[in-house]
Design a protein around this ligand. Structure first.
Ligand code: MLT
Length: 325
C-alpha cells in the first residue's frame, strides 16, 4: 500500500529521501485523469501535487486515509482548501520558496518589452540589421504599478527600484504605513489610480472568486497610451479579450504573460502579436526555486506523516482526523 501519491512531475533528492522512508507511488501524469486519481488515492496518507492536479471535494472524499496534501508551490487555486480543512487534512505549501524566481522573471519581461528583446532577436537571426526599428525605452525614471504587493510583488518592486523606477502599489491587505512599502518608498494607491499613473503594471494577484477578471477593460482604458502590462501570477485575474482590445487599440504598447486563463491556452490572436511575449507558466521554474520548493514540501509531508506539525500549512498544522483502518 503506498503512503504517498505524487500525481505530477516532482523529482530530486528530497523526493528520493521520501522514497527511502515511505512507500511512494509516483504517477507524474495522474493529474490528467480524475478517475485514476480517485482509484490511486484511496489508501494514501499523503498527496503531493503542483498546480495541475484538481484536488476537489470528490477526490478528498475518496481518500479516507489522507492526512496531508502537499502543494509544491504557492498558488492554491487547484486545491479545495476549505473542504480539506473541514475534513481535518493538513494543506502544506511553499509560500516563499519561488518568490525570487518569479520576481526575476517579471524584471526580465519588463526589459524584454521595453527593449524589444525577443522580436529583435528573431529579426536579427532572420538576417536583418534593423537598429532604427528597435529604439526602446529605459526603465529608469518610469513608474511601476504593482497590483498585489505580497512577497513576489515586493521583490519585483525592490528590483525595479534598483533600476531607478518609482513604485505604486495597490493591495487591500496593506496599510499606507506598511514597513515594506516604506522600504520601497512606494505609494499605496487605489487600483484605478495605479492603472492611470503607471508606465508598466505588473500583476501579482492570487486566483480567487474575488480576483477573477479583476484586471479588465476598465483598468486598461485608464492606462497611459504606450504603457505595458505584465502578468506572472494567475491568468484568470485578467480578462484576455479586454487585454487584446487594449493592445489592438494601441492603448498598450505591449504585454507579457507567463500565465493564461486556460493552461495550456488555445492558439489565438495574442499568439500572433509581435508586441506580446508569452511564456508557458515558468516563473517558478528555476533550478534554485524548484530545489527549495521540493525540499520544503517533502520536509512538511515527512513531518506530518511522522506526527509532527507542518512548518508551512494553510490552516491546521496537524491532521484533525484519524485515518480509517
Ligand atoms: C506557484 O503557484 O507556485 C507557481 O505559479 C508555480 C506553480 O503553480 O507550480
Amino acid at each position: 500500500m503506498p503512503d504517498i501519491l505524487i500525481s505530477e512531475a516532482i523529482e530530486g533528492s528530497a523526493v528520493d529521501a521520501l522514497r527511502s522512508r515511505f512507500d511512494v507511488l509516483y504517477l507524474p501524469d495522474a493529474w490528467k485523469s480524475p478517475q485514476l486519481l480517485i482509484d490511486k488515492i484511496r489508501c494514501c496518507h499523503a498527496l503531493l501535487v503542483r498546480n495541475q492536479t484538481p484536488v476537489t471535494a470528490e477526490l478528498i472524499d475518496a481518500a479516507p486515509q489522507l492526512l496531508v496534501i502537499g502543494r509544491a508551490g504557492v498558488g492554491l487555486d487547484n486545491v479545495d482548501v476549505e473542504y480539506a480543512r473541514q475534513a481535518g487534512i493538513v494543506v502544506a505549501f511553499t509560500p516563499d520558496q519561488n518568490a525570487i524566481s518569479v520576481a526575476e522573471l517579471a524584471l526580465g519581461l519588463m526589459l524584454s518589452l521595453v527593449r524589444f528583446i525577443p522580436v529583435a532577436d528573431r529579426d536579427t537571426k532572420a538576417g536583418n540589421w534593423n537598429r532604427r526599428r528597435f529604439i526602446g525605452s529605459e526603465l529608469y525614471g518610469k513608474t511601476l504599478g504593482i497590483v498585489g504587493a505580497g512577497k513576489i510583488g515586493y521583490l519585483t518592486a525592490r528590483r525595479a527600484r534598483a533600476f531607478g523606477m518609482s513604485v505604486l502599489a495597490c493591495d487591500p491587505f496593506l496599510s499606507p504605513d506598511n514597513v515594506l512599502l516604506a522600504d520601497l518608498q512606494a505609494e499605496l494607491v487605489a487600483m484605478e489610480e495605479l492603472f492611470a499613473r503607471a508606465d508598466i503594471v505588473s500583476c501579482h494577484l492570487p486566483a480567487s472568486p474575488q480576483t477573477s477578471g479583476l484586471v479588465n477593460f476598465a483598468c486598461f482604458e485608464r492606462m497611459k497610451p504606450g504603457s505595458y502590462f505584465i502578468n506572472t501570477s494567475r491568468g484568470k485575474v485578467v480578462s484576455e479579450p479586454d487585454l487584446l482590445a487594449a493592445l489592438k487599440s494601441g492603448r498598450l504598447a505591449g504585454a507579457a504573460l507567463d500565465v493564461r486563463a486556460t493552461e495550456p491556452p488555445q492558439q489565438g490572436e495574442l499568439e500572433s502579436m509581435p508586441n506580446v511575449i508569452l511564456m508557458p507558466h515558468v516563473g517558478a521554474w528555476t533550478h534554485e526555486a524548484q530545489g527549495r520548493v521540493t525540499v520544503a514540501i517533502c520536509e512538511d509531508i515527512t513531518r506530518v506523516l511522522e506526527g509532527r506539525p507542518a512548518l508551512s500549512s494553510v490552516h491546521q498544522a496537524t491532521p484533525q482526523r484519524l485515518p480509517v483502518r
